[in-house]
Design a protein around this ligand. Structure first.
Ligand SMILES: C[S@@+](CC[C@H](N)C(=O)[O-])C[C@H]1O[C@@H](n2cnc3c(N)ncnc32)[C@H](O)[C@@H]1O
Length: 339
């Protein structure tokens, strides 16, 4: 896959390309273990955020985790940059969208069209490894959450990385706050020091605790014969559940944090003009121009900034708040090396 050119995003963020040459649905085809682990983890942890009136799934992709929405929130905003993922999400989540409970928004997670504390709770799953500027994106997402959120952190110092580092004599890079970058320069893949991410959250006004170590035996089922996988499955699945607790902060490659705002905030909802379509009223009150943060005027077909005049059109089932003027989504991004 060839990379395309520099990103559309305004503030220098490179955005990974889920639009060309990478089929994220197919990626999940033979990953029963990871699917099982994540579904179970989300069922266990999301209720700890408390039931939300408004909830955001940041980098929600094609809505893979949409089955959890009804249990956690009345209204959900799925934010993603990829047109392809959003188009699939529009099909997959059609019932929720048609009933006005689910809204799809195309935007950079580093420049969101949401007001401060727009949502009560949120999650970000399998996304941070794409963040070229993780601090900026965490700060921006945090700005829009009034209460708690669940954050899946890909760590650099998990057990397997330590074993590999010991074998290759490269343990040094697993220490310290700098992320480790793998993949190529065109498709970088970041892993982080957990403490560094927690410090970022602290600077954004959130305390955090490690809720689970997840995917502790990642890809164990990919290299063994099928018969053996079936036989070992009950054992590995129970070991996964045990290490979710015992391995917090150090074992698995994905560490799930629950971050809680130190000072709970109430959103200052915007005044939506009288002409706002009724089904968009509540969304309109929670959104703003991602460029200048001014109020928006919503119609059935677009949202328009009342200050800078930018237009954000409705496309196939989603609202397009991407700021890469003059570029197509795939021109605006780089391509993923892993999901
Ligand atoms: C591995 S997928 C995860 C999707 C979903 N959370 C899941 O667990 O299946 C990563 C998603 O993050 C999105 N993404 C990456 N960087 C982004 C950014 N800066 N702004 C918005 N979306 C982004 C990609 O388009 C992609 O859909």
């Amino acid at each position: 896959m060839t990379p395309s050119r520099e990103p559309a995003s305004q503030a220098g963020q490179r955005i990974v390309d889920y639009d060309s040459g990478f089929d994220y649905c197919a990626f999940w085809g033979n990953r029963d273990y990871e699917q099982w682990v994540e579904a179970r983890t989300l069922r266990r942890l999301l209720p700890r955020l408390g039931r939300a009136r408004w909830f955001a799934d940041f980098g929600g992709g094609y809505g893979r985790n949409g089955m959890h929405y009804p249990a956690v929130a009345e209204h959900v905003i799925l934010v993603d940059y990829s047109v392809t993922q959003l188009t699939w999400a529009a099909e997959r989540l059609a019932t929720g969208i048609n009933s006005g409970r689910v809204h799809l928004i195309r935007a950079d997670l580093g420049q969101l069209p949401l007001i401060d504390s727009a949502v009560d709770a949120a999650m970000v799953v399998r996304v941070l490894h794409h963040m070229t500027d993780v601090e900026r994106c965490l700060r921006e997402m945090a700005r829009t959450v009034s209460g708690r959120w669940l954050i899946d952190v890909p760590i650099k110092h998990h057990v397997l990385a330590r074993l590999r580092g010991a074998r290759s004599g490269s343990l040094q890079k697993l220490r310290g706050a700098e992320p480790v970058v793998t993949g190529s320069s065109d498709y970088p893949f970041y892993t982080f020091q957990l403490a560094a991410i927690r410090n970022c959250l602290g600077r954004a006004g959130f305390g955090s605790r490690v809720a689970a170590s997840v995917n502790n035996f990642r890809r164990w089922d990919q290299s063994l014969p099928r018969g053996l996988v079936s036989g070992l499955r009950p054992l590995v699945y129970s070991m996964e559940l045990a290490t979710q607790r015992l391995g917090r902060s150090w074992w698995g490659p994905s560490q799930f944090l629950i971050a809680t705002r130190a000072q709970p905030q109430t959103p200052e909802l915007r005044q939506a003009p009288e002409t706002t379509p009724p089904q968009l009223l509540e969304l309109a009150r929670r959104t703003c121009c991602p460029k200048c943060r001014s109020d928006l005027n919503w119609s059935e077909v677009e949202a328009r900034c009342l200050a800078c005049g930018r237009h954000y059109p409705r496309r196939d089932g989603f609202w397009d708040f991407a700021l890469g003027e003059g570029t197509s989504p795939s021109e605006a991004a780089t391509t993923p090396s892993d999901g």
